[in-house]
Design a protein around this ligand. Structure first.
Ligand SMILES: O=P(O)(O)OC[C@H]1O[C@H](OP(=O)(O)OP(=O)(O)O)[C@H](O)[C@@H]1O
Ligand SMILES: NC(=O)CC[C@H](N)C(=O)O
Ligand SMILES: [Mg+2]
Length: 507
C-alpha cells in the first residue's frame, strides 16, 4: 500500500500536501514525492525516505501552484531503494501527465511488452505505476485524436480504456496539464480513495486521499468515497464532474486495510476503522470463550499499536484486566512495512520494550491484529518470557495469513508467511506460545459488515486464497515468487540498502 493525495485549492498547496503526507506516512515509509502545477508548468520533488527527510525548505519553495498530487511509497513492484521508483511519475505527452498510484497491477508485464511493441513507449523503471501512467497516456492520446485541448469526455474515455486494459488494484491521482486533477479507482475498489471538500470565499476546494484522516486533519469535510470504477475530475477552477468508467463493478475492499493498514481514526466505505477493530475484539472474545473455556488468564496485553482496539474489547468481553505491557518507541516506524527481515526483527526489539512488572509471575494473553511473517509475535513472546511471564497465550484478531497478496501489500511469496505451510499447532510452536487462537474469516467479515451491511464482498485473498479480480492463477503466483527471487530483491539486499539509506540520512 501507499498513501496518495490530490488537491485543487484556491491558495498554494505545497504545505497542505506535505502535511497530508505526514498523516498518510503509516501507508508507506520508503519514499515520498509531491508534484504541483502553476501556469502550465509542473514542479516536483521526490526521493527515498520518510516525508520529513525527503523535503527541505528549498524543495518546498519550488513546489508552487494551487493544485497538486502527493505520494508516500511502500513498494510492491520494482525494487525497494531505487529512487527512480519514487512517485509521482511524469510523461510529457499527451498534454503533460503526472500520476501517483496505490495498488499493484497483476498484468504489468504484459502491458509493459504491449507498450513497447505496439505503442513504442519506453519505460525506465521496474515500477508497475510507470506502466499504468503510460497506459493512461496512450489511452488519452487515442481518445483526444490529436486535438490539443482536453475535455472531460475525452478524459473519461481514456479512463475507460485504462479500465479495459489494466488488471489488479489501483487507486490513482493524476494531473493533466491544462485541465486539472483526475482520480480513479479500480472496478473492485480494492484500495481506498475518498473525497473531501472545503468551501472558501474564493470557491470550493477538493481533496482526494487514500484515507479520510488526511481530509479531517487538513480542515476539509468528507464528501464521499470514490466509487469502484469511478473517475472524478476537478478542473483548476474547482469544477467537479464524475463518471462511472468500468463496464462492470463489484465492490470488494481490501480486508487488510481494516485489520492493519489504515489508521483507526479513518473512515472507509462509511465505516470507522476503529470500530471494526473493536468488533474484531468482540468476535475474538467469543471464540476464546468457546474454544478455550478453562483458560486462566491474568491480563490481556496488546501489541502496540494496531491491536489496541481489538485487545481492549477482547479483555472487556472476557472480563479480564486489560494492561499495557509493552512500551512503543514512537520514533521507530511500522515494522511490517519495512523491507528486509533483519531490519524488521531488529526493529521489533528497538520499537517495543516490556514492562517487567506486568509479566512477572502472570499468565498473559497477548493480542495482535495479525501474524504475517511471525517476526513480531516470536520476539514479543520471547520478551514476555524474559520479563517473567508464566504462560504466554497469543491471539490474532485476523485469521492466518496463508496466501500471497498481489494487490499492493508486500506479501508476494508464501515462503515468507509463517502460516503458509503450517497448521495452528505448528505456528504456535514456531512462535513459542503456550496457546494460539486465530479469528475466523467469517467473523472477520462480519466485524466490518455489521457496521455497514452494504459491504457484501471483501478482498480477503491473503486469508483464503480467493483473488477477486479472477485473473490470478497459480502459474502467475509462482511466476511472481520466481521473479522476486531472481530480481535480487532479497531480504538481505533490502537490509543492506536500509543501512546505506540510514547512513546517507544521518550525514
Ligand atoms: O508477523 P509480522 O510479520 O511481524 O507482522 C505483523 C505485525 O506487523 C504489524 O505491526 P507494525 O509494527 O508494522 O505496526 P503497528 O505499530 O501499526 O502495529 C502488525 O500490527 C503486527 O504487529
Ligand atoms: N504499495 C503500493 O501501493 C505500491 C504502488 C506501486 N505498485 C509501487 O510499487 O510503487
Ligand atoms: Mg503491530
Amino acid at each position: 500500500m501507499c498513501g496518495i493525495m490530490g488537491v485543487v485549492a484556491t491558495t498554494p498547496v505545497n504545505q497542505l500536501l506535505y502535511d497530508g503526507l505526514q498523516v498518510l506516512q503509516h501507508r508507506g515509509q520508503d519514499a515520498a514525492g509531491i508534484a504541483t502545477a502553476e501556469g502550465g508548468r509542473f514542479h516536483m520533488h521526490k526521493g527515498p525516505g520518510l516525508v520529513r527527510d525527503v523535503f527541505r525548505t528549498r524543495n518546498m519553495r519550488n513546489l508552487i501552484g494551487n493544485w497538486g498530487i502527493a505520494h508516500c511509497r511502500y513498494p510492491t513492484a520494482g525494487s525497494a531503494y531505487n529512487a527512480a521508483e519514487a512517485q509521482p511519475f511524469y510523461v510529457n505527452s499527451p498534454f503533460g501527465l503526472m500520476l501517483a498510484h496505490n495498488g499493484n497491477l497483476t498484468n504489468a508485464e504484459q502491458l509493459r511488452q504491449d507498450m513497447f511493441l505496439q505503442d513504442l513507449r519506453h519505460m525506465n523503471t521496474n515500477s508497475d505505476s510507470e506502466v499504468l501512467l503510460n497506459v493512461l497516456a496512450h489511452e488519452l492520446q487515442a481518445a483526444s485524436q490529436n486535438r490539443y485541448q482536453v475535455d472531460p469526455e475525452t478524459i473519461f474515455q481514456a479512463v475507460k480504456g485504462v479500465q479495459r486494459r489494466v488488471r489488479g488494484a489501483y487507486a490513482v491521482v493524476a494531473m493533466i496539464a491544462g485541465y486539472g486533477l483526475l482520480a480513479f479507482r479500480d472496478p473492485y475498489g480494492i484500495r481506498p480513495l475518498i473525497i473531501g471538500r472545503n468551501d472558501t470565499a474564493h470557491g470550493p476546494e477538493y481533496l482526494v486521499a487514500s484515507e479520510s484522516v488526511a481530509i479531517d486533519t487538513l480542515g476539509f469535510k468528507v464528501l464521499r468515497d470514490v466509487e469502484p470504477g469511478e473517475a472524478i475530475l476537478i478542473d483548476t477552477q474547482g469544477h467537479f464532474v464524475s463518471r462511472q468508467c468500468a463496464e462492470k463493478t463489484l465492490h470488494a475492499p481490501c480486508m487488510f486495510e481494516y485489520v492493519y493498514l489504515a489508521r483507526p481514526d479513518s473512515l472507509m466505505d462509511g465505516v470507522s476503522v476503529y470500530e471494526t477493530r473493536v468488533k474484531m475484539g468482540e468476535f475474538l472474545a467469543d471464540k476464546v470463550r468457546h474454544t478455550m473455556p478453562h483458560l486462566d488468564i491474568d491480563a490481556v496485553i496488546p501489541i502496540p499499536d494496531s491491536s489496541r482496539p481489538a485487545a481492549m474489547e477482547l479483555a472487556r468481553c472476557l472480563d479480564i484486566p486489560y494492561r499495557e505491557g509493552f512500551v512503543k518507541n514512537r520514533y521507530i516506524g511500522r515494522t511490517f512495512i519495512m523491507p528486509g527481515q533483519a531490519s524488521r526483527r531488529k526493529s521489533v526489539r528497538q520499537k517495543l520494550n516490556a514492562i517487567a512488572q506486568e509479566f512477572r509471575g502472570k499468565n498473559v494473553m497477548l493480542v495482535d491484529d495479525s501474524i504475517v511473517r511471525g517476526t513480531t509475535s516470536r520476539e514479543i513472546i520471547m520478551m514476555a518470557r524474559e520479563a517473567g511471564a508464566k504462560k504466554v497465550y497469543f491471539a490474532s484478531a485476523s485469521p492466518p495469513v496463508r496466501h500471497a497478496n498481489v494487490y499492493g501489500i508486500d506479501m508476494p511469496t508464501r515462503s515468507e508467511l509463517i502460516a503458509a505451510f503450517r497448521n495452528d499447532e505448528e505456528i504456535c510452536n514456531e512462535i513459542g506460545a503456550d496457546g494460539l487462537i486465530y479469528q475466523d474469516i467469517d467473523a472477520l467479515k462480519a466485524a466490518v459488515r455489521e457496521l455497514n451491511p452494504a459491504l457484501v464482498h471483501f478482498e480477503t485473498s491473503c486469508f483464503d486464497g480467493h483473488y477477486v479480480t479472477g485473473d490470478v492463477s497459480n502459474e502467475y503466483l509462482e511466476h511472481v515468487e520466481a521473479a522476486r527471487a531472481k530480481t535480487g530483491r532479497s531480504e538481505d539486499d533490502a537490509d543492506s540498502a536500509q543501512l546505506d539509506l540510514n547512513l546517507v540520512q544521518s550525514d
